[in-house]
Design a protein around this ligand. Structure first.
Ligand code: GDP
Ligand code: MG
Length: 598
């Protein structure tokens, strides 16, 4: 039976432990792509992308493997899209699998993301196959790592494959273990269709392309499918698999992983995590969707060219399609005009979205400094949820403020434990525990305010541990803190987009730092510009940007026209990333200046 020969799995790993390299090796070993084709195929699909202006994501590749038992197996290697830090994305891919190949670097051992990913796999009831990779490295210590996997994760690692994805060692053993240990998909082919949407992409020709895992039943072209969350119906135009090129199929059945198109033009209709069924023979209930992840970090995104506001909205809608953790809503800033308040799972998520907006949608953006969500208990007894420092009420209306705290796992070689504790302490951390992972490495646990992590915790941690620390955190709840809003005044006017929330203890220091930093970042103007940092009506720091001594054009007066034009163009170039606030030109960097200060 076809169903019994299917194996659906993902590869999970801490970044750089060799996930992509192993995936490539598996594609080669199973001759899904030959050594020579490998390059050629990738190029082909890139040409197609260029020609048709679409983005092709290879999320789930189908491969055939001729196992040692003489049978042929169908493997679906489901990539965990996006960065490994996006536990949400990892988790939705894992929901489409029965097994996970866990790659651990033989020299590095278990890192924070190894653990975070393993827990997601365990939550999804997956069979976990440990692989100790990079055994070719001189520093490799596979037996130590084997011990770590058993002690720290608590799974049997006696059969962990010793591999080198780079040198092609152990690949066949991994494939054999997948056949032997990853269960074939269960589910009834006769039952009404139930398929999980685990990703989707927008294609301007075919509409939304849904990546699905069929859990029950069959789907084929001509079927009328129904999206269970909103009862929208569509006729299927095409089904297929990626191998890794898209290959059309007559049907997809239980256990299959592939794509469905149905001329879906309205991208809001399809949500990753939703279930599709058949309109004339619907399933009783939807599959368990994904745990909805709530954004933890917010920032404002504003197009530099204010006429690009509609484009920015459309771009955000397209990104939201396969990233349901992204949130946005229109907002207006006195300083920056019309834009969007956007919510992200973390800083990395924010960076990636920002970069995609700029690269894929060609938008020039001003990004305001990220903020966490504060709970403000007002004197009238109400509680206000605030994701934008500019909305912070007047101090006279505040009874108390609570901020989100996280539990952070920080893994480091024991030489750096002192450094980790020092930083955590300085960031208002509360020590929880410290455990040895093995002889050399330690897991240090601290409770920390999320805002300090957003601020510069990770950078500080990396630099003081020579990059050896890995780090992961989860929200543990809200706690009261002595927080105040710092406002920044340029030329005596408050710039709402520069406001930030700070612990009172650090307020003076940070106020001082920010005005100094802004003085360096904001170019001189024709007139003197005072910069002030204020808490309520109290100015805590002040500095001035001196006026330009001369008009740049003055010395060209009546002179060489082309030289004058060049100068003007140069000025214009410099203005690209600037926003006029009142009469002051402010560069993008200034809005992020409240972050990353040393
Ligand atoms: P990913 O971030 O987990 O996808 O990791 P990559 O597959 O991109 O690998 C990260 C780096 O480790 C790359 O420079 C690879 O060439 C290297 N690498 C991967 N597997 C091996 C291996 O088995 N041995 C050695 N020496 N290097 C490897
Ligand atoms: Mg990779």
């Amino acid at each position: 039976k076809r169903q019994e020969s299917i194996r659906n799995f993902s590869i999970i790993a801490h970044i750089d432990h060799g996930k992509s390299t192993l995936a490539d090796r598996i594609l080669q070993q199973t001759e899904t792509v030959s050594d020579r084709e490998m390059q050629a195929q990738l190029l082909d699909s890139m040409d197609l992308e260029r020609e048709r202006g679409i983005t092709i994501k290879l999320n789930a590749v189908e491969l055939t493997y001729n196992a040692k038992d003489g049978k042929e197996y169908i493997f679906h290697l489901i990539d965990t899209p996006g960065h490994v830090d996006f536990s949400y994305e990892v988790s939705r891919s894992l929901a489409a699998c029965e097994g996970a190949v866990l790659v651990v670097d033989a020299a590095q051992g278990i890192e924070a993301q190894t653990l975070a990913n393993v827990y997601l796999a365990i939550d999804n009831d997956l069979e976990i196959l440990p692989v100790i990779n990079k055994i070719d490295l001189p520093a490799a210590d596979p037996e130590r790592v084997r011990g770590e996997i058993e002690d720290v994760i608590g799974i049997d690692a006696s059969e962990a494959v010793l591999a080198s994805a780079k040198a092609g060692i152990g690949i066949e053993e991994i494939l054999e273990q997948i056949v032997e240990y990853v269960p074939a998909p269960i589910g009834d082919v006769e039952a009404p269709l139930k398929a999980l949407i685990f990703d989707s992409v927008y294609d301007s020709y075919r509409g939304v392309v849904l990546n699905i895992r069929v859990m029950e039943g069959v789907v084929k072209p001509g079927d009328v499918i129904k999206l269970m969350s909103n009862d929208k119906e569509y006729e299927v135009t095409e089904v297929g698999i990626f191998s890794p090129k898209a290959v059309q199929k007559d049907f997809l059945m239980v256990g299959d992983v592939g794509y469905v198109t149905a001329s879906i033009k309205n991208i809001q209709d399809t949500r990753v995590g939703d279930t599709i069924t058949l309109a004339d023979n619907p399933a009783d209930e939807a599959l368990e969707g994904y745990r909805r992840m709530n954004p933890m970090v917010y920032c404002g995104l504003y197009p530099i060219d204010t006429s690009k506001n509609v484009e920015l909205r459309e771009a955000l809608e397209k990104l939201e399609l396969n990233d349901s953790a992204l949130e946005f809503e229109a907002e207006t800033s006195q300083a920056l005009g019309f834009g969007f308040r956007c919510g992200f799972l973390g800083l990395l998520h924010m960076d990636v979205i920002q970069e995609r907006l700029e690269r894929e949608f060609n938008l020039d953006l001003i990004t305001t400094a990220p903020s966490v969500i504060y709970h403000v208990n007002r004197t009238d007894g109400s509680m206000q949820v605030i994701d934008n420092p500019a909305d912070f009420p007047d101090p006279s209306m505040i009874e108390s403020v609570e901020e989100p705290f996280v539990k952070a796992n920080i893994m480091v070689p024991n030489d750096y434990v002192g450094a980790v504790m020092e930083i955590s302490q300085r960031k208002r951390g509360e020590f929880v525990t410290m455990d040895y992972l093995d002889e050399y490495r330690v897991n240090v646990v601290y409770n920390l305010p999320l805002s300090e992590i957003v601020y510069d915790f990770f950078d500080k941690l990396k630099s003081s541990t020579k990059g050896y620390a890995s780090f992961d955190y989860e929200l543990i709840g809200y706690r009261p803190s002595n927080l105040v809003k710092m406002e920044i005044l340029l030329n005596n006017e408050t710039v709402d987009a520069l406001s930030f929330i700070v612990h009172r203890e650090f307020a003076y220091e940070r106020g001082r730092l920010i005005v100094d930093k802004l003085r360096k970042l904001i170019p001189r103007q024709q007139f003197e510009v005072p910069i002030q940092a204020a808490i309520g009506t109290k100015i805590v720091a002040r500095t001035d940007i001196k006026a330009l001594r001369k008009n740049v054009l003055a010395k060209c007066y009546g002179g060489d026209v082309s030289r004058k034009r060049k100068l003007l163009e140069k000025q214009k170039e410099g203005k690209k990333r600037m926003k006029s606030i009142g009469s002051v030109e402010v560069p993008q960097d200034a809005f992020m200046a409240v972050l990353k200060m040393d």
